[in-house]
Design a binder for this molecule. Sequence first.
Ligand SMILES: Nc1ncnc2c1ncn2[C@@H]1O[C@H](COP(=O)(O)OP(=O)(O)OP(=O)(O)O)[C@@H](O)[C@H]1O
Length: 262
Amino acid sequence: MSELEFRQVSVRYGHGRSAHLAVDSADLVVRGGTTHGLVGESGSGKSTMARIAVGLTPVSGGSILLDGVDITDRAKEARLARRRVQMVFQDPFSALDPRMPIGASIAEGLLATGRSYSRLDREARVHALLDRVQIDPSRAGESPSAFSGGQRQRITIARALAAEPAVLIADEITSALDVSVQGVVLNLLRDLQQELDLTMLFISHNLAVVRYVSDEVSVMRAGRIVEHGETSTVLAHPTDPYTRELLRSVPVMGEPLELEDA
Ligand SMILES: Nc1ncnc2c1ncn2[C@@H]1O[C@H](COP(=O)(O)OP(=O)(O)OP(=O)(O)O)[C@@H](O)[C@H]1O
């Protein structure tokens, strides 16, 4: 089981007077085999944390360690380690190439393992992955447009799993979905996390969703981690005023969370 650690990480967008510190000396540890929720209001820096972990955005300072290897480094070892961190994005409609059959998209994910597969092995693996995310494997040749939003999100999860990730980063993966299918995707993710002993960073502004899947939680505000701990403790006894505010202002399943007095 792999551990992902953000150590004193900062990210600055832009230069000079227009520079903006999106992440400010953030520390966060996703323990091996657990799900760590990252919550915070829009613009607090959550997606930036996801993007730096998979190398889509460079860090301006600090390091990100996967089992002790700094994956922000340019060395070959770091690049190989970074492939073991995979991300599932918010929007399943833009995450898949519309011209590519879904089986081919999933097969692309296999490349990150660095192994070579025969055509038969590749097909067998793609079929097994589709089966695992409850999509009929006989539909591997169909394009993404033939599938619903929830099905597409399951296909993107299958693609991420094809890379045999040590760490999965899920960035608002249910927010573009109908409420009716959000539960299906969350349950699938929870099952996969347990089955594969995945280490998962689960980003969402929806506290109900975070509570459902996360062992631990960190709260982000204006680029800083303002509070972290076991999910049940943080949500029941938030110590930071911002967390209390967040809990009060975000309706959870239509109801404000009941807060015990600190
Ligand atoms: N490519 C970029 N260039 C400049 N500023 C950016 C860029 N990406 C994000 N930002 C800014 O950095 C800050 C953090 O953004 P980020 O997307 O990480 O927050 P977030 O918490 O994920 O928000 P949301 O939930 O709305 O996606 C915001 O002020 C945002 O406007």
